[in-house]
Design a protein around this ligand. Structure first.
Ligand code: ADP
Ligand code: MG
Length: 353
């Protein structure tokens, strides 16, 4: 009997030991998993497209795949909407101006559709048919002050109502001299394309920046918002930060591309009414929106419109903005005011709009 009892407890003890060992292994695995998750610094990838760096940080188990997919998506978009690329949708539209309707890719159609909404809402302060004038200034390659008469002769060609976009997926430019330049929305659209790629490839969360546009995707595990730094116009440092849970930010700044001739500085954000760089008392505008195309179109529109006239347009698209004036003052729309923290010593927070 005793022997039998000993045998039983030996058996139980062995079972207990095995159970404890398994539990220990399980706890170790959980600890390692938590550690891995909190230590996930993300996969970073920097590529070049649309004349800018495309910087991504993607989190999750398939982050590398998702980042590569996003990079390809941006290149694919560039091949559709850049006027510089032969046979892109926009190049074909420009080439066929004043002749016929052509079929365009759904992605090009979507970008044009949103862009045209902003053209209308801003009463042409943002105008996708700025090309004849932006080509003249040539800010991207060899900027120069054009002849005043040349600007005057080309200004009538700048008119977004010459763009026809039909529901059947075709588009046309109504007059021969019309041409499209989507330079003001390309980088925001690229952020949209990247975020769609994250969705499709099941990335956990990610942040992408293309030039002055940023898109965030997914939630941080802590539930904290994403902190995005805004550039100080006078330096490469940070002016301040916006804490956004979701969405897209685009900045249009006069400091991005400029040149000085005979003591006058000219920048690349043009007023379609005059054909000259917009003078609205602003150095930069950062716009937050639910889509990248929208934030990029609005940032250019708001720069041209100036602070006061921007407000109804921002409201129409449920967007918000940070305006930096030439007087070193910062104004923020009410919907973003709480999310902003100032880093700069040389700019002052002057008010909420
Ligand atoms: P960035 O290209 O530096 O991100 P923006 O988004 O403001 O800045 O776009 C500026 C570009 O958009 C210019 O280089 C030009 O190609 C084009 N552009 C300039 N003025 C306008 C305008 N009023 N409406 C539409 N596009 C514009
Ligand atoms: Mg823009």
């Amino acid at each position: 009997m005793r022997q039998w009892l000993n045998k039983l407890s030996e058996k139980n003890a062995r079972r207990l030991a095995i159970s404890l060992f398994t539990l220990g292994l399980l706890l170790l695995a959980i600890a390692l998993w938590i550690n891995f998750r909190t230590q996930d610094d993300g996969y970073t990838l920097t590529t070049y497209a649309m004349g800018s760096y495309v910087q991504q940080t993607v989190y999750g188990s398939n982050s590398e795949e998702a980042a590569q997919a996003a990079s390809s998506a941006v290149t694919k978009l560039e091949n559709l909407i850049s006027w510089r690329i032969e046979n892109s949708d926009v190049a074909r539209l420009n080439q066929k101006a004043g002749t016929e309707f052509i079929s365009i890719d759904q992605q090009t159609w979507d970008v044009l559709h949103t862009a045209l909404e902003v053209c209308e809402a801003s009463k042409g302060a943002f105008d996708v048919t700025i090309a004849p004038i932006s080509w003249l200034w040539n800010f991207d390659e060899d900027p120069r002050l054009p002849q005043a008469e040349t600007i005057q002769s080309l200004l009538p060609e700048v008119d977004y109502t010459n763009v026809s976009l039909l529901d059947d997926g075709t588009a046309a430019l109504q007059t021969h001299g019309t041409a499209i330049d989507l330079g003001a929305v390309g980088k925001g659209a690229a952020c949209d394309a990247a975020v769609s790629a994250y969705e499709d490839s099941g990335a956990e969360r990610a942040v992408v920046s293309v030039g002055g546009s940023v898109g965030v995707y997914g939630e941080k595990p802590s539930g904290e918002p994403w902190r995005i730094a805004l550039r100080d116009p006078d330096s490469e440092g940070s002016l301040g930060q916006l804490a956004i849970p979701t969405g897209f930010l685009s900045t249009s700044g006069s400091y991005e591309k400029q040149f000085t001739e005979d003591g006058v500085t000219y920048h690349h954000i043009l007023d379609p009414d005059t054909g000259y760089p917009a003078e609205s008392g602003l150095v930069s505008v950062t716009v937050w929106s639910s889509s990248g195309v929208l934030s990029d179109a609005l940032s250019t529109a708001c720069f041209v419109l100036g602070m006061e006239d921007s407000l109804p347009v921002l409201e129409q698209f449920q967007s918000g903005a940070v305006f930096i004036t030439t007087d070193h003052e910062i104004y923020i729309t009410e919907n973003l005011a709480e999310t902003f923290t100032l880093d700069s010593q040389t700019y002052t927070l002057a008010g909420t709009l």
